[in-house]
Design a protein around this ligand. Structure first.
Ligand SMILES: NC(=O)c1ccc[n+]([C@@H]2O[C@H](COP(=O)([O-])OP(=O)(O)OC[C@H]3O[C@@H](n4cnc5c(N)ncnc54)[C@H](OP(=O)(O)O)[C@@H]3O)[C@@H](O)[C@H]2O)c1
Length: 287
C-alpha cells in the first residue's frame, strides 16, 4: 500500500512510518515544511499533488493548557484542516486514518469508555479534536478515527517537548522526589503499539468508524510515575498529590481510560501498558 503520513516526524507519526516500512509499504512522509495545516486554503492543492491509497493524520495542536487561550489555532489544526484532508481523501478514494484523543470524554464514566459512549469534552483541545472527528467522518465515509491517550514514544512529543516517561526519569534523577497527581486515571500508551494496531486496521480493511487504540489496563499518573521510576531504576520518592494541588489552565477528565476491545477484535491482543513501558525503557537503554 502507498501510505502518506502527516506529522511524520512526530512521536506517533515516526513510529507509524517505521512500522509501515517494516511491513513493506511504500511511505510518503509529510511534514509541516511540505504541508502546513494552518494554511487551510493550500491543503487541497498541496495534498492533491501527492499520490497515496491511505493518509494517516498524526498531527495535532495538543498543548492542552495553551489551547484554552488559542481556540482558533486549535480548531484550525485539529478540526478545519482535518475536514480538508478528508475532502482530498474522498476525491482520491483513499482511506483516512485520523488520530484523536481520550479528552473527547467528560471523565464521569465508571468503566473504560467505549467508542459509542457519548463524548463531552471539558477543554478546548478536546472540543477541537471532537469537531475534527465529526467533520472528517461527515466529509469522507472511509474515515477511521483512532483515539489514543497519554502517549510515550521513542521520538518524544515535539509538541510537548518530550513525554511523561522522560520527564519523570529526568526530574526523579535531579531531585530524588516527584509529586504526581493520583486522582486522574487514564490509559498509558506506547506509540509503537498504536502504530501496529493502525497498520493492522489498514491491512485488514477494518470497517470505517471510531476505534480506541490504547494499551490495555489503566493507571493514575501517580501509578504510572511509580512504575517508571521503579522499572528504570531511578532512586526517587514518588508522592501522591491531588489535582487541586496542581492547578492547570485546562480542566481534564478525572477518568479517561479507554476500552480497546473493538480494536483488539481486528488487530489481535493489545499488550498491557506495564509490558509496553518495559519495552520502551529497554529501547531507550534504561533497562
Ligand atoms: N501526546 C499525547 O499524549 C496524546 C494523547 C492523546 C492524543 N494525542 C494525539 O496524537 C497525535 C500525535 O501526537 P504526538 O504525541 O505524536 O505529537 P507530536 O510529537 O507533537 O507530533 C505532532 C505532529 O504534528 C505536526 N504538526 C503540528 N502542527 C502542524 C501544522 N500546523 N502543520 C503540519 N504539521 C503540524 C508536528 O510537526 P512539527 O514537528 O513540525 O511541529 C508533529 O509532526 C495528535 O493528533 C494528538 O492530538 C496525543
Amino acid at each position: 500500500m502507498r501510505i502518506a503520513v502527516l506529522g511524520a516526524n512526530g512521536q506517533l507519526g515516526s513510529d507509524v512510518v517505521a512500522e509501515a516500512r517494516r511491513r513493506g509499504h511504500e511511505v510518503v512522509e509529510l511534514t509541516r515544511a511540505k504541508l502546513d495545516l494552518e494554511r487551510l486554503e493550500a491543503i487541497p492543492t498541496a495534498l492533491g499533488a501527492v499520490a497515496f491509497e491511505a493518509l494517516v493524520n498524526a498531527t495535532g495542536y495538543h498543548r492542552t493548557d495553551e489551547a484554552e487561550a488559542q481556540a482558533q489555532l486549535a480548531f484550525t489544526i485539529n478540526a478545519h484542516a482535518v475536514e480538508r484532508l478528508a475532502l482530498v481523501c474522498a476525491e482520491k478514494k483513499a482511506r483516512l486514518v485520523h488520530i484523536s484523543t481520550d479528552y473527547v470524554f467528560d471523565g464521569l464514566a465508571d468503566r473504560p469508555y467505549r467508542e459509542d459512549d457519548p463524548p463531552g469534552p471539558l477543554n478546548v483541545y478536546g472540543a477541537s479534536k471532537l469537531a475534527g472527528e465529526g467533520l472528517a467522518r461527515r466529509a469522507h465515509a472511509d474515515t477511521v478515527v483512532l483515539r489514543v491517550a497519554s502517549l510515550f514514544g521513542v521520538a518524544g512529543s515535539s509538541g510537548k517537548g518530550g513525554n511523561f516517561v522522560e520527564t519523570m526519569i529526568r526530574i526523579g534523577r535531579e531531585k530524588g522526589q516527584l509529586k504526581v497527581v493520583g486522582d486522574i486515571t487514564m490509559s498509558p500508551t506506547f506509540t509503537a503499539d498504536v502504530a501496529r494496531i493502525l497498520l493492522e486496521l489498514l491491512e485488514r480493511e477494518a470497517p470505517p468508524g471510531v476505534y480506541h487504540a490504547v494499551n490495555s489496563g489503566r493507571a493514575t499518573w501517580f501509578d504510572f510515575a511509580r512504575r517508571i521510576v521503579e522499572r528504570a531504576g531511578v532512586k526517587a520518592v514518588v508522592e501522591r498529590i491531588s489535582s487541586d494541588q496542581y492547578p492547570t489552565a485546562a480542566r481534564r477528565p478525572a477518568f479517561s481510560a479507554l476500552d480497546n476491545s473493538k480494536a483488539a477484535r481486528v488487530a489481535g491482543e493489545i499488550p498491557p501498558w506495564e509490558e509496553a513501558l518495559d519495552r520502551y525503557l529497554a529501547l531507550k537503554g534504561y533497562r
